[in-house]
Design a protein around this ligand. Structure first.
Ligand code: NAP
Length: 325
C-alpha cells in the first residue's frame, strides 16, 4: 500500500516520503480500515510517540497521522461491535502506525460510525480537534452554563471547536489569536476577541476557565486572569507558572466513541461547524505539509478522493462540494 513514512527525527515534515509499505493485519480486537481521509496535526512530528514505542525503542519507519475516516475491511480475532463495510471515523493510537496510508489497523473501540450523510473529509477533520475540545471543556474543565471561558487560538483547529462547544453550553467565550483571525473567531461564537500581539489579555478581567493551546508566555499570562477557584486546562504540557488558587490540568486527548457520536451529531444538525483548511490528495500531502503558507484550520489528506465506498450510498450532505487543492 502507499503510505507516508518518516525516519529522520531532525528533518521534520521535510523528511517525509511517500513509500510502499506492507498492508497491516488486524490483531485481537482490531479492525483494518481502508482510509478515505486522514487528518494531520502540524506538531505531530515533535511528539515522542512518533519516534519510539511505549518502551522507548525506535519504531521508525513510522507512518504519521492519527485521525481517519474510512471503511472497515477486516476484523481481528474477537473483534465485536463493528462490521466489514461500515463507514467509521476516529482517533488512532499514538504509538501505532497512523492514518496517512491506504490502510491502517486500529482497535475497534477507537472508532465510531460515520453517518452516511457526512463526508469522509469532514469525518477525518473532527476526532482530535473535537475530542480535545470536548474533554478539555466538559471532563477536565467541568464547564457550566453562565461561566466565562478564554479560548486561545480560537480560529485554529482545536480553538474553533472549543469556542463553539463552550458557546453552545451557555458560556461567555473570549477568543484570542492573531489580529487577522478576529472575525473568524467571532463567527465561531466568541463574544469578544483579544489580539495577543497587540492587546492586553489582562484587560478581559477574571474568567472561570482558560483553555490553553499556546503555552509559554501566553500560558503564564493566562494564570493571572483565572479567578480564584477557576481552572486552566492546557493541551501543550504543564504550565510553567501555576497559580496558587486555581486548578491546573494538562492532558492528552483520548479516543471516546460516545463523544465522537455527540460531535458528529452536532455537525449533522448544524450546531458545530468544521474548520477545514487545506485538503489535498495523498500524492500532494508532503508538499501541503511543507507549504510556507499560514495554516487556516485543519489539514485533511484525501487518501481516496472522490470514491464512494458502496453502491447506492446517499450523496454525503455535509462537506459535499469541497474542492481539492
Ligand atoms: N494534548 C492534546 O491532546 C492535544 C490535542 C490537539 C492539539 N494539541 C496541541 O495544541 C496546539 C494547537 O493545535 P491546533 O491543531 O489547534 O493548531 P492550529 O490549528 O495551528 O491552531 C492554533 C491557533 O493558535 C494561534 N496561535 C498560536 N500561537 C499564538 C500566539 N503566540 N499568539 C497568537 N495566536 C497564536 C495560531 O495562529 P498562528 O498559526 O498564526 O500561530 C492558530 O490560529 C498544538 O501545539 C497541538 O500539538 C494537543
Amino acid at each position: 500500500m502507499k503510505a507516508i513514512v518518516v525516519t529522520d527525527r531532525a528533518a521534520g515534515t521535510a523528511g517525509m516520503k511517500l513509500a510502499d509499505r506492507p498492508e497491516p493485519r488486524a490483531a485481537i480486537n482490531d479492525v483494518v480500515v481502508q482510509v478515505y481521509a486522514s487528518g494531520f496535526v502540524g506538531t505531530e512530528l515533535a511528539w515522542p510517540s512518533t519516534w519510539t514505542d511505549r518502551l522507548d525503542r525506535d519504531r521508525t519507519p513510522t507512518i504519521p497521522g492519527h485521525e481517519l475516516a474510512g471503511v472497515v475491511t477486516a476484523l481481528g480475532y474477537g473483534t465485536a461491535g463493528l462490521s466489514i463495510g461500515q463507514r467509521v471515523f476516529g482517533l488512532s493510537d499514538w504509538y501505532r502506525d497512523g492514518t496517512l496510508a491506504e490502510y491502517l489497523v486500529i482497535e475497534a473501540r477507537n472508532l465510531a460510525l460515520l453517518p452516511d450523510d457526512v463526508d469522509f473529509t469532514i469525518g477525518a477533520s473532527l476526532p482530535i480537534s473535537g475530542l480535545t475540545a470536548w474533554q478539555g471543556l466538559f471532563e477536565h474543565g467541568r464547564l457550566r452554563a453562565g461561566q466565562s471561558v478564554i479560548a486561545h487560538g480560537a480560529a485554529g483547529a482545536v480553538g474553533s471547536m472549543v469556542t463553539q462547544l463552550a458557546r453552545e453550553a451557555g458560556a461567555h467565550v473570549i477568543g484570542t489569536g492573531r489580529a487577522a483571525d478576529r472575525q473568524k473567531a467571532l463567527d465561531f461564537g466568541a463574544s469578544e476577541f483579544v489580539d495577543l500581539d497587540s492587546e492586553a489579555l489582562e484587560d478581559v478581567g477574571e474568567v472561570d476557565l482558560v483553555f490553553d493551546l499556546i503555552g509559554g508566555d501566553i500560558g503564564k499570562r493566562s494564570a493571572s486572569v483565572v479567578r480564584t477557584g477557576g481552572t486552566i486546562v492546557s493541551i501543550v504540557g504543564p504550565l510553567e507558572t501555576k497559580p496558587a488558587d486555581a486548578l491546573v490540568i494538562d492532558f492528552v486527548v483520548e479516543a471516546d466513541r460516545a463523544q465522537l457520536n455527540e460531535i458528529v451529531q452536532r455537525v449533522r444538525d448544524g450546531r458545530l461547524r468544521t474548520n477545514i483548511g487545506a485538503v489535498a490528495p495523498l500524492k500532494d500531502a508532503i508538499a501541503t505539509f511543507n507549504s510556507t503558507e499560514r495554516r487556516s484550520g485543519k489539514t485533511v489528506i484525501s487518501v481516496r478522493p472522490g470514491e464512494q465506498p458502496c453502491e447506492n450510498q446517499r450523496q454525503p450532505k455535509y462537506g459535499f462540494g469541497l474542492e481539492l487543492t
